[in-house]
Design a protein around this ligand. Sequence first.
Ligand SMILES: [Fe+2]
Length: 294
Amino acid sequence: MSFILKSVDTVESISPEDFKKNYLIPRKPLIIKGLTKSWPAREKWTTAYLKEIAGELEVPLYDNAKADPSKPINSAAAHMKFGDYLDLIKREPTELRIFFFNLFKHVPSLINDVVLPKDLMGGFIESMPAMFFGGSNSVTFLHYDIDLPHLFHTHFGGRKHIILFDNKWKERLYCIPNATYALEDYDVANPDFEKFPALKGVEGYEVFLEHGDTLFMPTGMWHWMKYLDGSFSLSLRAWDASPVRKVQSIFNLAIKGGLDSLLKMAFKAPYAEFREKLAIKRAEKALAKGSPRK
Ligand SMILES: [Fe+2]
């Protein structure tokens, strides 16, 4: 059994007018296969090259397990030299991932290998491109980004499987209250509708990215990702032009993130349990009401 998944529109290139009208404004995802054709990174960025320029860096690694609900999310499972990690993901499947890695801070010249798609939209947060690495079979759990950017997510060196949901489905996805992720024990690729009935009927998108493909993910979109090969991605982030969205971004970062960590530290297990129960209650209520409206 699976969710009701549609494919994402795929183009080789797109005009700024078409992008704005059909994807940016309606907040619809899009795959642009040829966006990286003008990027030196498309040819240059191999794991061998990254090892050569930054192999000695010590990096934090994360596994498939979602963090202990009573701990702040995303605590590292291990540390390793970046070069050894790149060898590992080329050699064998591993759960270990590098998450939100700012390689550009260590090697600023790398930014010259990327061309920001400023013709498509403005608002790029240029100092903060983030990189993500994963071994074959590693999974990024279902979540949306707390600061609500639009994302241009480009993949390198292999394939990645992605499932996306519009934010309007958040209750039905068992979103944890005050958090940007869902109840932990359902498998997004193969959900158990008996145990989690509100998931049945949820509509999303399914994407398979290959080397050089870019996925445009609009603000607030939920994403689950699985690396099919040892490979990596670059996320370019851009703020929405809407002032309302800006306020929501700041609110989420300053209040939601901080409050969540604070409550977790203060109340630990009882707080985790309370939130899970509330997530289930909200999901069941949304299902009974037949929301969201399509
Ligand atoms: Fe994310």
